[in-house]
Design a protein around this ligand. Structure first.
Ligand code: ATP
Length: 724
């Protein structure tokens, strides 16, 4: 039940020692924020003295932010102006210790839910007002112009809505203002009397979920699960209104041990982006998973509902704890890797040891074009046959390793190596503040899993680049022809590059998890700029696909200081500094150059098919050490040089996406092609040439195999003959 409660605003009730929830949270806050964070502590003290701690305070602050937001929208119809107005007022309230930063920015998603809920509540209150003329005039309880009474619908009384505990005279708040009306919603625990109106019976669960029930159930038909990730599951769902299929990601918030700021940062990034090579975002919303279940035949009983209402408060408490925690960056993508005991990383079946920062491979010393820093647009493009010297160096390095395919060499590490290269699966973790917070949150939440669920509606893609490469490598035999590389894979790479460049250049963001699995291929009906033609085995035909970058779960602003010193990303693709959690120069700062490194690995994978996953693991491992296969360098010198440039060990020596695109444009204007497909006429010609080349190569191979088999048969027959 909800009631307007003024008593929450008296000094006495703020500082009531029996209010254990306030005490708890303030204690925890003191623990979370170390003594050097004095500002934060001051704020906590101010909040304590203003009574804005505890569950009531949390909901109150969210509600306050929601109301302010709505209020600003009424004053300023222009969204950008209204946002600024809201921000200015919040800053003022923040200075007064009434609102925290997270209520302004981080919890904007939750605030939206409160706003919607408030609108519903307002509508219902108006209904109640129209239906029931007996509601007293709150102003009738004013004493000397200051209201001392609560306005409530407590169900127990029809005329007196005052607070029973506070009958003292006027008081002043900590700011010296006389106790003005600051309504806060509180949920009373008194048993509900029969005959209450719908509004009177509303709990926080109803509140967060206006009476329409689940938007997901009402507006979508769920078809199938597309996959599961670290945060949640992604489903194919048809929108009943527009009849189109979408990918809907569901993240059950209470189940996620990661900081909520991280989850919300994905939607914040997605919402900003609008580019043909970036997955399109349609919107997101919060709802109770209870409602989502209801449609599948679950009955909602009162017990469950009460429990959920309690969970709401716990969740918000938990969210706040998480947001204030210094381990916001605690999500790790651990695909294909596991940490071994001495700091190496297991990649597939093989162990990869990252070179220490000081052990810079020859390729990292200069750009592939021979200059240590390359001015834009003045990059000479070497003829495809000329392979830069350092690549020969690298490949000869490889040939010294006879054991390459059977075992992976262990590179001696610098003393700090194992500490810095700490990406991986389970690891012993110090008992941190976060662990304590989580233990506390876990004990609060208990084993129940249902809570608020965040839904993210996105454009659906039928396959990923990882799916395609796996299929291609499985079906193809041997290296790709020059024609296929030029007409398909280099243009595909250029499209991905354009997408990353947009994310970098137009929005100042870093994706931090570029890999084939996060490049979606959208099958489109006809040729269009940026699309490439591929054979899709699943569809049994050649189709046009538009590459799109997705999964912005790790996306942050360029130059953002990373609070976690631990590595993030996917071991096989992440830049060394990203894995180490440190830049070579010093601080852990998110850098767009890390994405360029990942793009370099992706480019190699596009151009070089692997026959087994072991071969892939070995080759990618060598690539990270600056070693490319000799045959690849001989056949694709120009591309090899480009890859090595992008994989420079020092971020400052890598090109930016803009450098790469400008270089491609420069080559194009000199009537050549680097990352674009050749003109159609040339393409047709080269397709024929390519196909002829391919046939010749296969003929030679078959001839050799034929000879080998003949000699084997000869040997066997000779042997047999002797036996006979
Ligand atoms: N827009 C989409 N269209 C089609 N499939 C998608 C889409 N978005 C995600 N998927 C699929 O859903 C699965 C889960 O994706 P999600 O982004 O949640 O996690 P992930 O990338 O696998 O891992 P993590 O959450 O750790 O980043 C993946 O297999 C992905 O291919």
């Amino acid at each position: 039940m909800l009631k307007w409660n003024h008593e929450a605003f008296t000094e006495e009730s703020f500082l009531d020692p029996s209010d254990t929830s306030s005490d708890d949270s303030s204690d925890q806050s003191q623990e979370d924020f170390s003594s050097d964070d004095t500002d934060r502590l001051k704020q906590i003290e101010r909040r304590q003295s203003s009574g804005l701690t505890g569950e009531t305070g949390k909901h109150g602050r969210l509600l306050l932010a929601a109301l302010l937001d709505t209020y600003c929208e009424l004053y300023e119809t222009e969204p950008a102006q209204s946002k600024k107005l809201f921000y200015l007022i919040c800053r003022q309230l923040k200075g007064m210790g009434i609102l925290d930063e997270e209520y302004i920015e981080e919890l904007s998603g939750v605030r939206e839910t409160y706003k919607r809920a408030f609108k519903t509540l307002m509508g219902q209150a108006k209904e109640l007002l129209e239906d029931d003329g007996d509601i007293p005039d709150p102003m009738a309880h004013h004493v000397d112009g200051v209201s001392r009474r609560a306005i409530g619908w407590d169900g127990d009384t029809t005329t007196d809505y005052s607070s029973s505990s506070d009958d003292s005279g006027d008081s002043e708040d900590h700011l010296g203002h006389s106790s003005f009306e600051r309504p806060v919603f509180t949920r009373t625990t008194t048993p509900k009397s029969p005959g209450l109106t719908h509004l009177e019976r509303m709990t926080l669960s109803d509140w967060l979920l206006p009476d329409k029930g689940s938007r997901y159930c009402n507006e979508f038909t769920e078809a199938a699960m597309l996959g599961k990730g670290g945060f949640g599951s992604v489903w194919r769902a048809k929108n009943l209104l527009d009849g189109r299929d979408y990918a809907v990601k569901k993240i059950i918030l209470a189940q996620n041990k990661v900081a909520y700021s991280k989850i919300f940062s994905e939607i914040k990034c997605l919402a900003k982006l609008d580019h043909p090579h970036v997955i399109r975002y349609y919107g997101s919303w919060l709802e109770h998973s209870e409602f989502a279940k209801k449609k599948k035949g679950h009955t909602r009983n009162k017990e469950k509902k009460r429990h959920l209402a309690a969970l709401d408060e716990q969740l918000l408490f938990h969210m706040e704890e998480e947001l204030s925690d210094d381990e916001r960056e605690d999500n790790h993508h651990h695909e294909e890797e596991e940490e071994d005991t001495d700091g190496g990383v297991v990649f597939g079946d093989e162990e990869i040891h990252e070179s220490p920062a000081t052990d810079t491979p020859p390729s990292a010393q200069s750009s592939p074009w021979g200059a240590s820093s390359i001015p834009r647009l003045s990059i000479p493009v070497p003829p495809s046959s000329s392979v830069p010297a350092h690549i020969h160096l690298s490949t000869s390095h490889k040939s010294n390793k006879s054991s390459l395919s059977s075992s992976v060499e262990t590179i001696p590490r610098s003393p700090d190596f194992s500490a810095s290269f700490s990406i991986g699966g389970p690891r012993p973790r110090p008992v941190s503040t976060l662990a304590k917070t989580r233990a506390r949150a876990a004990s609060l939440i208990g084993s129940t899993t249902t809570c608020l669920t965040l839904f993210i509606q996105m454009h659906i893609c039928t396959l990923t680049l990882a799916d395609h490469l796996m299929e291609r490598d499985y079906l193809s035999s041997g290296p790709l022809s020059t024609h296929v590389i030029q007409s398909t894979y280099l243009p595909l790479f250029r499209s991905v590059l354009e997408g990353v460049h947009y994310v970098h250049h137009d929005h100042g963001l870093v994706h931090r998890d570029i890999k084939p699995k996060n490049v979606f291929l959208d099958v489109i009906p006809r040729e269009r700029s940026g699309a490439v033609e591929l054979y899709v085995h699943k569809l049994q035909r050649q189709v046009w696909v538009l590459p799109k970058i997705g999964d912005f779960g790790l996306c942050v602003e360029d130059g953002q200081k990373m609070r976690s010193k631990r590595g993030e990303g996917t071991a096989a693709y992440a830049a060394p500094e990203q894995l180490n959690g440190k830049l070579v120069e010093g601080d852990a700062i998110a850098s767009q150059k890390a994405d360029v490194y990942s793009l370099g690995i992706l480019l190699f994978e596009l151009l070089h098919p692997f026959s087994t996953s072991m071969e892939r693991a070995n080759m990618l491992h060598n690539l990270r050490r600056g070693v490319l296969p000799e045959a690849f360098c001989a056949a694709h010198g120009r591309e090899a040089a480009l890859i090595m440039w992008m994989l420079s060990h020092q971020p400052s020596k890598r090109p930016t996406c803009q450098d790469l695109l400008e270089m491609d444009d420069a080559v194009m204007s000199a009537s050549g092609t680097l990352l674009r497909s050749p003109p159609r006429k040339e393409r047709e010609g080269s397709r024929e040439n390519g196909e002829v080349d391919e046939l010749r190569r296969r003929l030679v191979e078959m001839e050799m195999e034929n000879r080998r088999l003949r000699s084997l048969v000869g040997e066997l027959q000779g042997g047999d003959g002797r036996q006979r």
